[in-house]
Design a binder for this molecule. Structure first.
Ligand code: SAM
Ligand code: SF4
Length: 352
């Protein structure tokens, strides 16, 4: 298949890839216990893709039929000048939806600029409504900042706002209902995420804290009449509605349910590694293609006004590599098998 003529990315199991997550940084202003260790070493600057390189990858994907891009990280909104990237991606003609996942710490200032730049939907992570506990889980985060960020986002008429909560035994498993009430009272969606074994956590054993979404759903069902919907993001999430309420309740259950057969996504780390599956190491190095001409891309991010080149000699090679990488996408992850070999990369490196 010639990349130029291709409009669809199909893997060898017949799955159509139309959704890509782009990590824009491995850095973060929080240190959530399930995502990072207390002492983190981040990537050297030279290994990190510039905003222009990330843009080129995003553009190549949309030219190959991808219609949804999600910016994530690390914390995407702490990257210098990230709004220039958001604005440029927001103008891509073939893009149907630009999405972002954030911890909310910068949203008070950035919610309106994100909406203006073309972001359609936003996911905001919040694992506790108790300030002390919030700090324990994030190690450094301030709940009041995140709550202000959620309020700012609510004023910006995003198509949808979804809260994300990772429920962990002994940390916040008694807050399932409070978090649900918080979302329902504000007409927001909420998704409960099972903790995944990505990298070694430093202050708990994941097998002791992982909380099945079947249990979480039972807790919610004691108070709300959850009705199954056909809505799905073609990933491990399933959504339920509540009669008379706008909110949808989602369950992202990679540990207890396998939905790999429907998988429609790939992700790129901020080093330019195209990961074909969250739970496997199959990948393709896009950075070597982006930098094949030995151009000096470093420090471009410092420019106040980025010039995103419309014509680029590497774009054909990039698309060829992306098409070829589809054959590497494995059939499924093996998270819940006893001999599962845990990837060494933590979630902040993966682009969750
Ligand atoms: N910093 C942003 C945030 O926290 O929303 C975006 C990146 S974060 C890696 C994306 C999502 O991954 C968050 O909702 C977070 O709760 C989730 N996450 C991180 N580590 C996880 C893990 N080990 N298992 C399950 N979810 C995880
Ligand atoms: Fe940062 Fe998000 Fe990871 Fe928390 S989950 S440490 S906010 S990247």
């Amino acid at each position: 298949m010639s990349p130029a003529s291709s409009t669809k990315l199909i893997d060898k199991f017949g799955r159509h890839i139309d959704y890509v997550r782009l990590s824009v940084t491995d850095r973060c202003d929080f240190r959530c216990v399930y995502c990072m260790t207390e002492e983190m070493t981040f990537l050297p600057r030279k290994d990190v893709l510039t905003l222009e390189e990330i843009y080129q990858v995003g553009r190549a994907f949309t030219e190959l039929g991808v219609t949804r891009l999600r910016l994530t990280g690390g914390e995407p909104l702490v990257r210098n000048n990230v709004m220039a990237l958001v604005r440029a991606l927001g103008r891509l003609p073939a893009l149907r939806e630009l999405l972002i996942t954030t911890n909310g710490s910068q949203l008070e200032q950035l919610a309106a600029p994100l909406r203006d730049a073309g972001v359609n939907r936003i996911n905001i992570s919040i694992d506790s409504l108790d300030a002390e506990r919030f700090k324990r889980i994030t190690r450094v985060g301030r709940l009041d900042k995140v709550l202000a960020g959620i309020e700012a986002a609510r004023q910006c008429s995003f198509d949808r706002i979804r809260l994300n909560a990772v429920i962990m035994k002994g940390y916040n498993d008694d807050e399932v209902l409070a978090l649900t009430d918080f979302a329902v009272e504000r007409g927001l969606d909420i998704a409960f995420i099972e903790e995944m074994p990505l990298g070694q956590a430093s202050d708990h054993l994941r097998e002791e804290t992982v909380c099945s979404n079947d249990w979480v759903k039972e807790q919610i069902s004691l108070h709300y009449a959850l009705q199954s919907t056909s809505e799905s993001t073609a990933g491990p999430s399933r959504y339920f509605s509540i009669p008379g309420q706008r909110s949808k309740i989602g369950f992202i259950s990679p540990m207890s349910h396998n939905f790999c057969a429907d998988c429609n996504r790939v992700r790129m780390t901020v080093e330019g590694r195209l990961l074909l599956c969250l739970g496997n190491e199959h990948s393709s190095d896009l950075r070597q293609i982006l930098r094949a001409d030995n151009q000096q891309y470093l420090l471009k991010d410092e420019l106040a006004q980025l010039e995103f080149s419309e014509e680029n000699p590497v774009s054909v090679e990039l698309k060829r590599a992306i098409v070829a990488a589809m054959d590497l996408k494995p059939e499924r992850h093996h998270f819940y098998e006893s001999d599962y070999a845990q990837p060494v990369r933590l979630m902040n490196m993966t682009g969750g």
